[in-house]
Design a protein around this ligand. Structure first.
Ligand SMILES: [Ca+2]
Length: 88
């Protein structure tokens, strides 16, 4: 897979989940939960534990509007990629 395919996939995945409820270009807590559970099964333990999800949402939602923007989401994916890289 090329890097541009991976980028397109990041954008399409965000859009698909963000469109479910509320604003079409941000993730609510439920949308974030569904995205993490379906697309990042390695984090499923964290998402299943509701305290974990609260914390994840709080960490991602930098501007504290209870919605996760594409910028906040991509920052999260990049940080996670850095962690995975270090432990590969
Ligand atoms: Ca939304």
């Amino acid at each position: 897979m090329s890097l541009s395919t991976a980028m397109a996939s990041l954008m399409a995945t965000f859009d698909r989940y963000a469109a479910v409820e509320g604003k079409k270009d941000t993730l609510t807590k439920l949308e974030l939960k569904n995205l993490v559970e379906n697309e990042m099964p390695c984090l499923i333990q964290k998402a299943k534990n509701s305290d974990g999800l609260e914390k994840l949402m709080k960490d991602l939602d930098r501007n504290k509007d209870s919605e996760v923007t594409i910028e906040e989401f991509l920052t999260f994916v990049c940080s996670l990629t850095c962690v995975c890289y270090k432990y590969k």
